[in-house]
Design a protein around this ligand. Structure first.
Ligand SMILES: [Zn+2]
Ligand SMILES: [Zn+2]
Length: 260
């Protein structure tokens, strides 16, 4: 299994995960969210030696623009099916999905595609029916967990035993509280239905660690209320054992991360 973020943050998100044994000559390629313009997706895939037609499925976590903005155009242009919860599909209206093959999923219910198991998991976030995603093949498991206002016991229980996690480190609490956001937005972002801050993410990460855990990619950093330096400071201060960390950015995403 390997994964690479094309871009991560409130300006647009897209993550590519390759999973499964290459029995058909190539792995199963999943894109999680697509909040980028089609031209941007194509060029960023190209940098990773992929074509849009290489993507087998797009999973959409929720209907916010930074996650869904480019989905319909990509799906239509290349005939890629889109998977999401009923609430996510409904939130943007039927017309948005015209000519798109839509696969509805229920949070908590795993979907098996060849040797790959996809499990959407409900997260608390201010969207209709948001879900993060756990991906498991015969060898590894990882999860994409962004856009959540708090860590729930359900997530704690559902995400044990991962090899890797793509995890939101949205904001620094202090920066959010003293930064440029008006009070209402500050409350939304920092509240239980917004985004988790660096400390919450770090604490959650520690709960997920086990001897075989390999790598965490910090994701969805706020451009106004966080810095790479702050996230790096938090992560470098943790006892991660053998595990490593990296930080995905809006401009670059993250390089291919290959699970051993
Ligand atoms: Zn987002
Ligand atoms: Zn969101």
């Amino acid at each position: 299994m390997r994964y690479s973020s094309l871009s991560s943050g409130s300006e647009g998100n897209a993550l590519v995960i390759e999973a499964g044994s290459p029995s058909r000559g190539q792995p199963f390629r999943l894109m999680v969210d697509c909040g980028l313009a089609l031209s941007e997706v194509v060029s960023r895939l190209e940098q990773r030696e992929l074509l849009p037609s290489d993507i087998d499925l797009i999973f959409v976590t929720h209907e916010h623009k930074d996650h869904i903005g480019g989905v319909a155009r990509l799906a239509k242009a290349h005939g890629i099916p889109v998977m999401a919860t009923r609430g996510t599909f409904a939130a943007v209206g039927l017309a948005f999905w015209k000519d798109v093959q839509c696969l509805q999923v229920v949070p908590g219910v795993p979907i098996q595609i060849e040797s790959v198991e996809l499990t959407p998991l409900a997260v608390p976030h201010d969207a209709a029916e948001p879900a993060c995603l756990r991906v498991r093949d015969g060898h590894h498991s990882m999860a994409c967990v962004t856009d959540l206002g708090r860590v729930t016991d359900y997530l704690r229980a559902s995400l044990q035993g991962l090899d890797a996690i793509f995890l939101e480190f949205n904001h620094d609490r202090e920066m959010l509280m003293t930064g440029p956001y008006p009070p209402a937005l500050r409350e939304r972002v920092g509240g239980g239905w917004g985004h988790i801050n660096n400390e919450q993410a770090a604490a959650f990460l520690l709960e997920l660690l086990h001897p075989d855990f390999q790598v965490v990619t910090a994701a969805h950093l706020s451009q106004k209320n966080n810095t790479v330096g702050l996230v790096d400071g938090v992560l470098s201060g943790l006892s991660l054992g053998e595990a490593s960390y990296q930080i995905a950015s809006q401009a670059e995403g993250s390089p291919w991360t290959v699970l051993a």
